[in-house]
Design a protein around this ligand. Structure first.
Ligand SMILES: [Zn+2]
Length: 300
């Protein structure tokens, strides 16, 4: 039919965490911060797909300028899961590039949850988040294409939140893993209280491993590190094992936080570690209290 299948390529932009407005400090005295968030541009000769389109207005500006500098027409913006740090600025980028926003039905449900929690959580911690209407749509069969190449949305269930998904690009040996796999950054463990522990996350990792990717872009990554799939999968599994071991032996949130930092001295996102740790121990010590409020409180 005369259709030329061009080769795909991808590139990654990592936004530094936005400033944290909370006055409190971490148990080791450090000011509170956040975690870097990675966005991936998958592109052919003329068109491109962008993933996890940023959190704040400033981040959207930086990411959008980087995307614009690459050239090409952004057809779709894919959101891996509902946490606002990965998509609250989707509307700005969708408008700038005239792109469609794509997510799974489960992620769209979770996006509405994140929007409802905004005034209690995200807006209190990270100022400068733009209006975030949920405009994402699902795609038939969880598949869409980029210049004839298939992009497959794979639903993996609970990882650091409910209803998470990854984007598999078979022709690149690439998985854009959202928060299922982390790379040089602390995992957010808080929501494991909603699913009785870390086994669902391990199951989600197994689903990513079964895709046999060569490269994984993690939603939270230290940009100095490579994207080797085998290493990032192994390290994320090990982190969960370490967390389970220390949750069994450490009796306080501060003890757990300190022990994890000792094992992972170079990991970014200690505020994320603390938000999870304080919630996990709070639930343990106050089983009668509302879990949702405890999870929000971990960030405040
Ligand atoms: Zn995240």
């Amino acid at each position: 039919m005369g259709t030329t299948i061009t080769r795909l390529a991808y590139d990654v932009f990592v936004n530094d965490p936005p400033p944290n407005a909370r006055a409190g400090r971490l148990p080791n005295g450090e000011p509170k911060g956040g975690s870097p968030v990675a966005s991936t541009l998958i592109y052919g000769s003329e068109e491109a797909v962008l993933t996890d389109p940023a959190f704040t207005t400033d981040q959207a500006q930086a990411l959008g300028d980087w995307v614009a500098g690459k050239g090409g027409k952004v057809t779709d913006i894919f959101v891996t899961h509902g946490h606002g740090d990965h998509w609250f600025a989707a509307g700005l980028l969708a408008e700038r590039f005239g792109a469609r926003v794509v997510a799974t039905a489960g992620s769209i449900t979770q996006m509405h949850v994140s929007v409802a929690l905004r005034p209690l959580l995200s807006d209190k911690v990270y100022p400068g988040i733009p209006p975030a209407p949920v405009t994402a749509v699902t795609v038939a069969g969880n598949r869409f294409t980029l210049e004839g190449h298939e992009l497959v949305v794979v639903e993996v269930g609970h990882s650091d939140t409910d209803d998470t998904s990854v984007l598999h690009v078979p022709d690149l040996g690439l998985v854009v893993a959202g928060d299922v796999i982390y790379n040089g950054a602390h995992l957010y463990l808080g929501e494991s209280v909603l699913v009785d522990g870390l086994q669902p996350w391990r199951d989600a990792i197994d689903k990513v491993a079964a895709l046999e990717p060569r490269h994984i872009v993690c939603g939270h990554q230290d940009k100095r590190l490579d994207d080797d799939a085998e290493r990032t999968i192994a390290e994320t599994r090990q982190y969960l094992d370490d967390a389970d071991e220390l949750l069994a032996t450490e009796t306080t949130a501060v003890g757990f936080f300190s022990a994890m930092i000792e094992r992972y001295p170079n990991h970014l996102g200690r505020t994320v570690l603390w938000a999870g740790a304080s919630a996990l121990y709070d639930v343990r010590e106050h089983p009668e209290e509302d879990v949702g409020q405890i999870l929000v409180g971990g960030w405040l």
